[in-house]
Design a protein around this ligand. Sequence first.
Ligand code: C2E
Ligand code: CA
Ligand code: CA
Ligand code: CA
Length: 282
Amino acid sequence: AKGNGKGGWQRYQSDLHTAMMQRLEMRTALHEAIEEEQFVLQFQPIVELVDQRITGVEALVRWQHPAKGLLGPFHFVEAAEESGAIVEIGAWVLVEALRQFTQWKTENPETTLRYVSVNVSARQFRGTDFAAQVRAALTETGARAEWLLLEITESLVLKDADKVLDELKALRAMGVRIAIDDFGTGYSSLSYLRQMPVDVLKLDKSFIDDILHSRQQHALVDAIVTLSHNLDLAVVAEGIEEAGQRAALDAMGCQYGQGYHFARPLWPGDIPALAVQPEPYP
Ligand code: C2E
Ligand code: CA
Ligand code: CA
Ligand code: CA
């Protein structure tokens, strides 16, 4: 609103003030939400594309807001990253996801579930010793390191490369696996990633959307899958919404998928692999 005729500067000042107040309010609200334990987790199945059996779940945070109802990450994760509240929220998510997963594994020894995937923000890598925090969370919950897959983004790997590299190596030495989330939306190349301690590529939904309609897009995903496998990286295709996409990806040799076609994010009690008699999913 700056400089739009008369009063522009004043309006600019008051807009700035409003924005500042909103940030401050959001910060306070997020802090209260942590104290009041208003965050909850849903879990979205990750399946084997060949038989649609559930192999893992991704923990996705939601805010059970006392007035506004259930809020998805879109409403608060960016603000939480800016204010730094994501460090506390992320610490809670990690412990809660591991606690829940350990309970599942203990109560359902037959489950096909092998791991829980947890999103990690760049902020959590800065400052304190993240690997030590993960170790403490594993100890506290009794979870095994192999049950945990940490999802980080390309930009995190590219920034602060040395510090991040050390942390990732320490985590992997413990047996924790690392995934690159939203692969393809950033600037890193596969050959660069191969030098990083990374186990899994999560191919962004934007790559999957057009594979049935664009030959180029199909060829690109096919090439990424092949190259990833040659580099010993497992591939999870994100955002699969149609049966045809599952079939096409399966035919390319892509092993894992996630998306509304299989299941939306679910409440903990609704995870299908937890049936006493494990059935192929769905
Ligand atoms: P993400 O890590 O890429 O997670 C996948 C998002 O795509 C989820 O949205 C999921 O509900 C959605 N999704 C899954 N399958 C489909 C599909 O077939 N079609 C469509 N249109 N969407 C699909 P959600 O839960 O709203 O989360 C959004 C983002 O918020 C996540 O994207 C992640 O970046 C962030 N986030 C979620 N939980 C956490 C957390 O605990 N910590 C941090 N730092 N970020 C989180
Ligand atoms: Ca993710
Ligand atoms: Ca993703
Ligand atoms: Ca995404």
